[in-house]
Design a protein around this ligand. Structure first.
Ligand code: RVP
Length: 496
């Protein structure tokens, strides 16, 4: 017992990184880091699997900026898989399974499908998949909206013959064809005239617009999705894989649990699922991290109780200060090749390099991203200021079965609690300042990380981990770190 009292845990505010000698210029700094065994991110930032943080819009924004989003699972299996699909269809060199429409659909149908997938036109195919034509915004423009309900796609589409290319067309050849014919879309058809894919100018342009984007081998954005261990968890996992998820992230408050570890192990053994990256978590000890590595996990996520909305530590008395937890997990699995993700508790961009020096290779954030335009949280207007709702997945509202499907109960091992008033919440509901586009928020966070690497004298993330040295600080030093003895009169985009 005396030993139990002897340990001290530290967190971000307890330390600073010491500056080191440097002759780098900021443009030489490379923030690429591993998220899992096989996924590297140019920007090692992950948006949390929370219902006020990550749905498809946030996942798209994060992947475009070089990070990744993990779709939350407070959704039915179908809805979560649909979110995966929306991300995978967003930015591609080539869409291998394009959304299409039939010739007998109405213009109203067309408009709805286009809105849903945020596209401006659709290839028209018959039941056998034969390409009949293409129908775009432009075709709609001259039909009065009142007539959309009764007008069929076949009557306004641009019919075949269209400019097409074979399915194995190269990127260069496709670009040349699109340019030569001034077309925005190039349907790919096989020898029998069946639609096999689509290339759009918009996607080609986006590839240039987001040079850091996290992409799979086919040029589609990377996306992750949260899974559980209970009930239909296996069906959820396999449906998400079929929809194209690149990484499945075990999403529970306490990962060091037999059922979940078995789930990870099964996913990594089954020939049908083992190609997908699987993240185990959350843990806060070396033993927890080791258990997932032994189960075959591709990364281990660390964090019990640090979250901005989390009350686990006060409600249960259990948890570990985040920096120590990350460090212990990383030390315990050192040499295994399995990276650690530091999840929760970040308040400022300066916490990111601290996590990376402590042993994480990427970080997951909720509160720092919840205020973004792309987050699903509601916009709230109070006293002349804009906020967005941000709530814990263990909050009463997120766990309660009222309204839409709620799976976050099993995140807190309360799946079997029948009535809401019997729930034991481990999170709260609240609001965070509205911050605008995720791209500018990520820009600030990435900027903070790059500056840190410059101060430490590290060109790469592994070098940062190696060279970074902590100094422990006191409460007085923390006060000194923040602005003091001043009333702030203008808001900075990276400090509040
Ligand atoms: P933060 O970034 O500090 O807002 O923390 C986000 C993390 O908090 C999530 O990724 C998740 O691990 C954890 N979380 C989510 N809900 C709750 C809760 O209700 N206690 N905690």
């Amino acid at each position: 017992l005396p030993d139990a009292f002897a340990r001290v845990g530290l967190t971000y505010d307890d330390v600073l990184l010491l500056p080191g000698e440097t002759d780098l210029t900021p443009d030489q700094i490379d923030t690429t880091s591993r998220m899992t065994r096989e996924i590297s991110l140019k920007v090692p930032l992950i948006s949390a699997a929370m219902d006020t943080v990550t749905e498809s819009r946030m996942a798209i924004a994060m992947a475009r900026q070089g990070g990744i989003g993990i779709l939350h699972r407070n959704l039915s299996i179908e809805d979560q898989a649909y979110q995966v699909d929306l991300v995978k269809r967003t930015q591609t060199g080539l869409i291998s399974n394009p959304v299409t429409i039939g010739p007998d659909a109405t213009l109203e149908d067309l408009d709805r499908v286009c809105g849903e997938y945020r596209v401006s036109g659709l290839p028209v195919v018959d039941e056998a998949g034969l390409l009949l034509g293409i129908c775009t915004n432009r075709d709609l423009r001259f039909v009065p909206v009142a007539e959309w309900e009764d007008t069929l796609v076949r009557d306004v589409m641009t019919p075949m013959p269209l400019v097409t290319a074979p399915p194995d067309v190269s990127r260069e050849a496709a670009t040349a064809i699109l340019r030569a014919h001034k077309r925005e879309r190039l349907p790919l058809v096989d020898a029998d005239g069946r639609l096999q894919g689509l290339i759009t100018v918009k996607d080609f342009v986006k590839n240039e617009q987001y040079p850091r984007a996290s992409q799979d081998a086919q040029g589609r954005l990377l996306v992750g999705a949260a899974i559980g261990y209970f009930g239909d968890a296996w069906e959820r996992a396999t449906t998400l894989i079929d929809a194209g998820a690149d990484v499945l992230v075990a999403d529970t408050a306490h990962g060091h649990v037999r059922l979940l570890i078995e789930m990870v192990s099964r996913l990594k053994k089954d020939p049908a699922t083992r190609h997908v990256q699987v993240v185990g978590g959350n843990v806060a000890t070396g033993e927890g991290a080791r258990a997932f590595v032994e189960a075959g996990a591709d990364a281990v996520k660390v964090g019990v109780g640090p979250g901005a909305i989390c009350t686990t530590r006060v409600v249960t008395g259990v948890g570990a200060p985040q920096l120590t937890a990350v460090h212990e997990a990383a030390m315990a699995i050192r040499g295994s090749g399995v990276p650690v993700i530091a999840d929760g508790g970040m308040k400022y961009s300066g916490d990111i390099p601290k996590a990376l020096v402590a042993g994480a290779e990427s970080v997951m954030m909720g509160s720092m991203l919840a205020g973004c335009e792309e987050g699903p949280g509601d916009l709230i207007f109070v006293n002349g200021k804009h906020y967005k709702a941000y709530r814990g997945m263990g909050s009463l509202a997120a766990m309660s079965s009222r309204g839409k499907a709620s799976f976050s109960k099993d995140r807190y091992f309360q799946a079997e609690v029948a009535s809401d008033d019997q729930l034991i919440p481990e999170g709260v509901e609240g609001k965070v300042p509205y911050k605008g586009a995720a791209s500018s928020v990520v820009h600030q966070m990435l900027g903070g990380l790059r500056q840190a690497m410059f101060y430490v004298g590290a060109q790469t993330v592994p070098e940062l981990a190696e060279k970074g040295r902590f100094v422990r600080i006191t409460q007085a030093s923390l006060q000194e770190s923040h602005p003091h003895d001043i009333e702030i009169t203008a808001e900075a985009p990276n400090y509040s």
